[in-house]
Design a protein around this ligand. Structure first.
Ligand SMILES: CC(C)(COP(=O)(O)OP(=O)(O)OC[C@H]1O[C@@H](n2cnc3c(N)ncnc32)[C@H](O)[C@@H]1OP(=O)(O)O)[C@@H](O)C(=O)NCCC(=O)NCCS
Length: 179
């Protein structure tokens, strides 16, 4: 696998993105100091979206999971947050990430957008950027477990033109994506 190319080192992955309703969000990598912003986002995402993201009914973020979500191993992983000004401070309203799994030989993809910011093009834009960051590091195979009712994610993967294979495993889709 994959190692850092010079292109990745020079890029800070920061950019601005204009959404379908004209609002602008700031995209930047997740850092350990985002702990409280990630907790705040978790608390403001619907239980349905949390279920679709984690495929379980999490009431709160366990410490070990929170640590993994905020401490990104730059050699194998990447997490991109969408940030806005809200209530006099910053809020994270969406995160897309990949984590390369050496044993499986693919990168696990995950994506979540706060419900009040959904359907504005943010999920698709984040996924595209996260996949593109992975491709620059030589990763072309991705995987994810997905709720079989997640037609939004199916549509995004279709729209982005990736080659996607779905197989049913213990009631959820095991998704394999090649780009
Ligand atoms: C999946 C998710 C990240 C998408 O984020 P988003 O910002 O709403 O996505 P986008 O706005 O970029 O795209 C959504 C697309 O689905 C379409 N859509 C909306 N509802 C839909 C539905 N019920 N069925 C199919 N497509 C639907 C939208 O019209 C849009 O398509 P368009 O761009 O052609 O108009 C978001 O819904 C989410 O956080 N869900 C919960 C977590 C999750 O499912 N994560 C994925 C598994 S890890």
């Amino acid at each position: 696998m994959p190692s850092y190319g010079s292109e990745d080192r020079s890029s800070n992955h920061e950019s601005r993105l204009v959404l379908k309703d004209g609002r602008e969000v700031f995209l930047r990598p997740v850092v350990p100091a985002d702990r409280d912003l990630i907790i705040d986002m978790f608390n403001r995402v619907s239980r349905r979206s949390i279920y679709q993201r984690f495929l379980r009914n999490l009431e709160s973020l366990p410490d070990d999971l929170l640590y993994r979500l905020t401490h990104i191993d730059r050699e194998t992983s990447f997490a991109l947050a969408a940030v806005v000004e809200e209530g006099g401070g910053e809020a994270i309203i969406a995160v897309g990430r990949y984590a390369y799994d050496h044993r499986e030989g693919y990168a696990d993809l995950a994506l979540v957008v706060r419900d009040d910011w959904q359907n504005l093009g943010l999920g698709k834009a984040l996924l595209e950027r996260v996949v593109s960051a992975a491709v620059k590091r030589g990763i072309s195979c991705f995987g994810s477990m997905m709720d079989t009712r997640n037609t939004v994610m199916e549509k995004i993967l279709r729209d982005l033109g990736y080659t996607v294979a779905y197989s049913l495993k213990t009631g959820v889709f095991q998704v394999r994506i090649s780009v």
